[in-house]
Ligand binder design. Structure first.
Ligand code: HEC
Length: 106
């Protein structure tokens, strides 16, 4: 019985963590800094996204990337994608990557 309670509590916690990510600082940073190319839904389907050939976060290559790789790519930039290591704090990058992962459709 005790373990069932623990599972119930854990799943409530997991749900609220997802909601936090979906509405928290990562979402704000994404909308302010990334959505013009990557699109609100992460598809890359915006005029700037098309002009820079921004890939979808749900592309097979992106789905294969680990959290650490996504963080490194955001810090260092790649091709037409700007580097954010001097524009965002480490915490903001961690939050924005967590938000990107909520947009990925596996
Ligand atoms: C000016 C348009 C633009 C903006 C703004 C932008 N990106 Fe990108 N992003 C790109 C393009 C283009 C690529 C593909 C780069 C390539 O593969 O050459 C990319 C790729 C990525 C990748 C995958 C890199 C890889 O190694 O394949 C991540 C992660 C990413 N962007 C995160 C972000 C985040 C987070 C932000 C906001 C803080 C952001 N991007 C803002 C254009 C943009």
């Amino acid at each position: 019985m005790k373990s069932r309670m623990a599972i119930a509590i854990l799943s409530v916690m997991a749900c609220s963590a997802t909601t936090l990510v979906a509405q928290g600082p990562g979402a704000d940073t994404y909308k302010a800094k990334c959505a013009m190319c990557h699109a609100a839904d992460g598809s890359g389907n915006t005029p700037a996204g098309k002009a820079t050939k921004t890939p979808s976060f749900s592309s097979p290559e992106m789905l294969k990337m680990s959290t650490a790789q996504l963080v490194a790519a955001t810090k260092e930039g790649k091709g037409k994608m700007p580097a954010y290591s001097d524009k965002l704090t480490g915490a903001q990058i961690t939050a924005v990557v967590a938000y990107i992962q909520t947009l990925q459709k596996k």
